[in-house]
Design a protein around this ligand. Structure first.
Ligand SMILES: *Cc1c(COP(=O)(O)O)cnc(C)c1O
Length: 230
């Protein structure tokens, strides 16, 4: 099954390109992140050898275990919820934290970054589905309040927003969720013109083509690249 990883990545890249060109977007604006949760280190390395350099992990512990001796030109994102007691390891170890959804998390990251003398890229996660089980800001006011706090966090750079679409087969519901994030992203660029926003992370294995149509600049795929998780 592993030998199919390169082929899968290539197929997905082509699909992204096709979709982008169909709607008049530049395909180079869209990055593919390989999500490796539950998958082994060998599998990550295989994707890397196919030219994949952008990876995502949900848990700090798994990221540490798997990525500590992998090539340094890998860009690793934490895409799962960050627990306070894992912040130190996360800061030492990942390049981006894509799942910040409260001021307290922002402050913990800033504190650890200051100690480690390190800068961190972050995304704010927004809950566009309304599903209780999902993380993320639930309303814009909370997002703006936290966004304002970034002014006091010199070690943190906000790069954009992230969301997970609702768990459904209904294309319109998924599309509505992506449109919501894009609209909040556009508001963010107007509200915070000094912030170098360039990342709209949305779209997973089952919905990345819709996400590309709705403006995604970073799609996060696990099962389509590595096979279903058990
Ligand atoms: C697991 C996960 C993905 C990838 O999911 P697939 O459906 O396997 O592509 C993307 N984003 C987040 C936040 C995830 O937790």
């Amino acid at each position: 099954m592993n030998s199919s990883i390169c082929k899968n990545i290539k197929t997905i890249q082509e699909k992204i390109k096709e979709t982008a060109e169909r709607i008049g977007r530049n395909p180079d604006e869209i990055q593919l992140m390989a999500v490796t949760k539950t998958k082994k280190k060998e599998v990550v390395l295989e994707a890397y050898q196919c030219g994949q350099h952008l990876f995502g992990e949900n848990r700090v512990f798994e990221a540490l275990e798997k990525y500590s001796d992998l090539p340094k030109d890998i860009e690793l994102h934490l895409i799962g919820h960050l627990q306070r007691n894992k912040a130190k390891d996360a800061v030492a170890f990942v390049d981006w934290i894509d799942s910040v959804d409260k001021t307290s998390t922002l402050n913990v990251i800033e504190k650890e970054c200051r100690k480690a003398d390190k800068k961190m890229n972050i995304l704010f996660e927004f809950n566009t589905s309304g599903e209780e089980s999902k993380q993320g800001f639930r309303n814009e006011d909370d997002l703006w309040r936290t966004f304002d706090e970034v002014a006091d966090c010199p070690h943190i750079t906000v790069r954009g927003l992230m969301t997970i679409a609702p768990f459904t087969d209904d294309v319109n519901t998924i599309r509505t969720s992506f449109r919501r994030l894009r609209s909040i992203y556009e508001k963010s660029t107007r509200r915070y013109p000094e912030t170098p926003l360039d990342t709209l992370s949305m779209g997973m294995s089952s919905d990345y083509e819709i996400a590309v149509e709705e403006g995604s600049t970073m799609v996060r795929l696990g099962s389509h690249i590595f096979g279903v998780r058990h």
